[in-house]
Design a binder for this molecule. Structure first.
Ligand code: F6R
Length: 366
């Protein structure tokens, strides 16, 4: 069942190259129309009529929605809100028939997410479900479904469901952008190319998992850890922080790098571990100055960069390089070391990785 791995979580982390291939299979083309999503009933006319998008989900799926929001806004130029379902459903959100509501749920059975789906439909919105389970309630009740082909996810801590949700968002954002005419072919080409390279790039990160393992063993005895990043790096560190808390019970905070000095910088002390993501070339200089702020207070910084931002090596205590990719696509790679960090920290602390305390795989109560 675990295919020789010690835990389902580790197996599922290693399933990701194949899950990426399966989720992208048949959906990407090297030229027009670039992305093909035949399961969508949404017509180009309907897509042109949308005025805004709401992305609603819980937990890890919500974190995937944060990346989805950024990609859709940047490429398809539509205003997108992303919100946790347990808030969204109770605040009488401004939903109109010109709103597309996207619910994201690995299981397709999360109670708050389903309630948000029903609320959206009651207001006449069209609902798209991004889910991993064929025949799930979300898949049955939504107007449209995009399946993530991650395969069964057994470990309570979600890994391959999150990363394939990112791919579904990238594909859908390109689809919207092409139909709305908001992204020229010269820009779509490199994005599609970057997506096709992901499976082998994930393999190469997994081959270097010992680098993360040794870092995880170092921080395993710590009480607190900070994650910082900007843009989509900030979205990914929120997921990395949740994962670490969920299974290793090390307290951590994910902070927008530029916001630290407006908030919890005082909690950074001599030796506080900080994981800093800096994969976005246009935000690189700003992130480096935030890294300097924490280093000046004695933080020990693990930087995660791509080949384009490898200069980070000079500004951090240690560096993990991920392969070169399109900046918007970087989350599909950077999440892998963060999953491994949570996994190895949990193992080092002697916990039951696959069955963390106080957490259920599918939360069907409100
Ligand atoms: C985190 C985790 C939870 C779920 C959340 C939503 O590792 O597993 O945060 O992501 O409960 O679950 P789904 O996606 O099934 O709606």
């Amino acid at each position: 069942e675990k295919a020789g791995y010690d835990h389902f979580m580790l197996k599922e982390i290693h399933d990701q190259p194949q899950a990426y291939r399966d989720t992208l299979s048949g959906r990407l083309f090297k030229g027009y129309p670039w992305v093909y999503l035949p399961e969508l009933k949404l017509t180009p006319e309907q897509i042109k009529q949308f005025r805004n998008i709401h992305i609603v989900a819980c937990g890890t799926a919500y974190h995937a929605g944060l990346v989805g929001k950024t990609a859709i806004e940047r490429w398809a130029r539509l205003p997108v809100e992303a919100e946790v379902a347990s808030e969204y459903r109770y605040r009488s959100p401004l939903i109109t028939p010109e709103t597309l509501v996207i619910v994201v749920s690995q299981s397709g059975e999360t109670a708050d997410t389903l309630a948000a789906l029903r609320e959206a439909k009651r207001h006449g919105a069209r609902v798209l479900a991004v889910t991993n389970v064929v025949g799930s309630t979300a898949a049955r009740e939504a107007d449209d479904v995009l399946f993530t082909w991650a395969g069964p996810e057994i470990s309570v801590a979600s890994t391959k469901a999150y990363s394939t949700q990112l791919l579904a968002f990238y594909a859908f954002a390109i689809h919207l952008a092409r139909i709305r005419g908001t992204l020229p072919d010269e820009e779509i080409g490199p994005i599609v190319h970057a997506l096709t390279k992901l499976p082998e790039q994930v393999e190469s990160i997994l081959q270097r998992k010992d680098e993360i393992k040794s870092y995880a063993e170092e921080i395993a005895s710590r009480e607190h850890l900070f994650f910082i990043g900007r843009g989509v790096d900030y979205a990914v560190v929120q997921e990395g922080s949740l994962k670490l808390k969920e299974i290793s019970y090390i307290h951590s905070e994910a902070y927008a790098a530029g916001e630290l000095k407006h908030g919890t910088l005082a909690l950074i002390e001599e030796g506080t571990p900080v994981v800093a993501l800096a994969t976005q070339p246009d935000l690189y200089e700003k992130t480096v100055s935030n890294i300097r702020e924490v280093m000046a207070r004695g933080a020990g910084v693990l930087g995660i960069a791509t080949e384009e931002t490898a200069g980070l090596a000079g500004s951090v205590d240690r560096l993990l390089l991920i392969p070169s990719t399109h900046p918007m696509i970087a989350p599909a790679l950077t999440v892998i070391p963060l999953q491994l960090l949570a996994y190895y920290a949990s193992v080092a602390r002697g916990y039951d990785v696959d069955k963390p305390r106080n957490l259920a795989k599918s939360v069907t109560v409100e």
